[in-house]
Design a protein around this ligand. Sequence first.
Ligand code: ZN
Length: 364
Amino acid sequence: MKATNAAVMKEKNKKLVLDLIRERNLSRAELSQQTGLTKPALSTIVDELLKENIVLEVPQITNEVGRRPKKLYLNREYLYFAGVNITRNHFEAGIINFYGEVLVQKREKMKESLTANEVIEQVCSMIAREISELSIPKKKLFAIGVTTPGPVDRNNTTVLAAPNFNQWHFVNIGAQIKHHFHVPVYLENVSNAWAVCEKYFGTAKEVPNFMVVKIDEGIGSGIILGGSLYEGLNELGHTTINYNGILCECGNRGCLETYASIRSILKNTPYQTWTEAVDAEDTVLIEKEAEYLVPALVNVSNLFSLDIIVLASDIAYKSEQLLSILNARVREKSLNQKVSIVKTKITSSIQSAAVIALDKFFHL
Ligand SMILES: [Zn+2]
């Protein structure tokens, strides 16, 4: 155990104050109360943040006579973060501001003829164009967050061996993007990033333990435990719901993904997309999807003390009926009685990729 250096402690307190201002726009008095810092200690930090132009202190408009309380706000234009999301079908890049609001996002179709290097080149041009369109000074781009399917090597910003993603296997995507922009680049699995984004801006803001289950072409999952991202493999899609079932690409039998991914559930149906099936009010198919998901969700809620499970991506479309079946059955079968299943509030994959970079600023 090392002793805490005073400078490190001060920096930690500063980030804590900033994080609270980002979440709630508090006054100095409220901040002192929330952090437990004395008023003079808090004021030293706030004065420093004001001097650095990271925050703004704005008097509130009230009808009362007398002193107008002042609240602190982040300076929206202090820093920017870029997000890149690469999927099997498309790639996209965009920019968020200091509050995490999406300012621009652009998407391109993934053509089979493109190599990973060519896609990275295009992604870099997209970001450069967006920065110039928004007139963002170069030094204000803090970092870039990149998301891809399947497992990743975070330390070496290298994509690992996700199934059906062969041209990206072992590509050091971070090094190539960094070469263009000279800012830190962080790589994360797309479902993990979604979970982090859900914690910042979504439905799980105050929730310590939750899991995001992203269902589209495949099934991905991301877990936050005790408020922090669980950085393990986390492949819910490749846990089995039938040990004698269909052989999966991963070598296992009866993987959840081989039954409940959108690609799998729509096989031998007249629908091209999940949206079509839901809009057609195909209750039999929705019921079937629920039947596949229930054992998997019961398993995870029995393993972790999850407060909520958040459904994201294609499956979240008009999901009221699916959610009501899942909530009833999972609670009936799980030992975890408090778990509830909800749908995501996040609408942008760019926000979820860029939040990986934003998180590095707000949390040391
Ligand atoms: Zn599998």
